[in-house]
Design a binder for this molecule. Structure first.
Ligand code: 0X9
Ligand code: ZN
Length: 427
């Protein structure tokens, strides 16, 4: 008996050692698949996402791709079939896919690095850790008199939500003692990283900060408020444990497998439409509006400067679209829609000239799906900012969230070109 127990114990430890050797930081995605939906897709993808069965990878539907968690493969297949929606499996097992990809790119990818004392530039060949972003932001604000760094609050895992304020550059004719806000032409608010897996949004925003600071033209005479990483807990989780993580990481229930709130559904303007009250859903809106430390922090900071704001730009990925409000309704038309579209086209044309990348100016709700409780809708609907947009960056679905870091520089260039053109129209 003792021998049997010993050999059993031995077997178990051998098995777990083997597992430890083969298991990687992609275990959370073991058995998950990527499907392409076609046919009568309608609203069924959103309905399944609200139920927590699917994850729409680009809700602006540039590619029609969805992620299906292992535990909902059967149910999703059945419901889609009933609703006349065909699916094609693009990726059999996401964990294996990511492991293979890592193996392939190992050695060929440059890995930039920096430490707390020397992080003078945002990386252009790799994505930064949140800590590296913090070092860069501190360095930037120490080295420029126009830039200051403020923590708007702490996340549930005690990380800071940083905002950089760039003051207008001083006109030599101006009274140096005067209040810069009195002369300022207004302000732009830039938000990025609200969705954890959309890494390109924060990478581009760090480069935009540099460009805004260096600008010697009209844009430098604006105030800018830039929050490059709204959701650092989610970002770190997506780097370390689940590359497809979208929400924040706050525990809202007793279910250990259903963590986090979609921070772009948690704002108090038509709260709930197109979102979900199911905490397992990727579009879980939270238990009440502004239930989350990240959205509370942004709301308070934006409210303090609301009279200055001329433009609110929320950077996301992917789909290459410049989305304008409303997201909450397919039929309500937002005030100044013509202006939003016209000036949005200036962005698109300039971005196209920069690196030949096509963006489309779209209202997603009208054409495709409804999303409410977003920063974009709230800042227009509640704060009354005339120009608010959600910018879905590269690409159109080929790599999606797994967009390679070689895109960081060209994507930053095209967004900077677009932003300059847009601001010239708006100011
Ligand atoms: O669903 C979202 O929050 C945004 N798309 S993402 O793929 N980055 O998650 C879109 C926000 C919707 N905005 C409008 N419909 N205007
Ligand atoms: Zn997003």
């Amino acid at each position: 008996m003792a021998v049997l127990a010993l050999s059993l114990a031995l077997l178990t430890s051998v098995a777990s050692a083997a597992k430890a050797q083969t298991s990687t930081h992609h275990e959370a995605l073991r058995g998950h698949q990527i499907w392409h939906l076609s046919g009568e897709v309608g609203t069924v993808a959103l309905e399944l996402t609200q139920k927590g069965l699917l994850d729409m990878l680009d809700p602006s539907r540039a590619s029609g791709k969805v992620r299906v968690p292992f535990q909902s493969l059967e149910e999703a297949r059945r419901i889609l079939q009933e609703r006349g929606v065909a699916h094609q499996i693009l990726t059999e097992d996401l964990a294996t896919f990511l492991e293979d990809q890592e193996r392939r790119t190992k050695g060929s990818t440059k890995s930039e690095s920096c430490d707390p004392n020397a992080c003078p530039k945002p990386f252009s060949d790799s994505y930064m850790t949140f800590e590296q972003m913090e070092w860069f932001l501190k360095r930037l604000c120490e080295s420029s008199p126009r830039a200051s760094l403020a923590s708007l609050g702490k996340t549930s895992e005690n990380r800071d939500i940083w905002m950089v304020r760039l003051r207008p550059k001083m006109d030599p004719e101006e009274d140096p003692e005067g209040d810069p806000e009195e002369d300022a032409a207004g302000a732009v608010w830039i938000e990025a990283g609200i969705h954890a897996r959309e890494w390109i949004s924060s990478a581009v925003t760090l480069h935009l900060l540099e460009k805004l600071l260096q600008d010697t033209g009209d844009i430098g005479s604006l105030d800018a408020y830039v929050v490059p990483m709204v959701n650092p807990d989610g970002y770190e989780y997506s780097r370390m444990h689940n590359r497809f993580w979208r929400k924040n990481r706050r525990k809202t229930s007793t279910r250990a497998d259903c963590v986090g709130v979609d921070l772009n559904r948690n704002w108090d303007f038509h709260y709930g439409a197109g979102a979900s009250d199911n905490e397992c859903s990727e579009v879980f809106m939270g238990t009440e509006p502004f239930s989350e430390p990240e959205t509370k922090a942004l709301r308070d900071a934006m409210t303090r400067v609301k009279d200055q704001l001329k433009l609110v730009l929320c950077l996301h990925s992917y789909g290459q679209r410049l989305l304008y409000p409303w997201g909450y309704s397919k039929s309500d038309v937002a005030p100044y829609t013509d202006d939003l579209v016209r000036e949005g086209n200036a962005f698109v044309e300039a971005a196209q000239r920069s690196d030949n990348t096509s963006y489309a100016v779209t209202n997603v709700a009208a054409g495709l799906y409804v999303a409410s409780g977003t920063t974009e809708d709230w800042s227009k609907g509640v704060l009354g900012v005339k120009y608010t947009y959600t910018l879905e960056l590269r690409d159109k679905g080929e790599h999606g969230f797994l967009l390679g870091p070689s895109n960081i520089l060209p994507c930053s260039e095209e967004v900077w070109a677009g932003l300059q053109a847009l601001l010239k129209k708006i100011i």
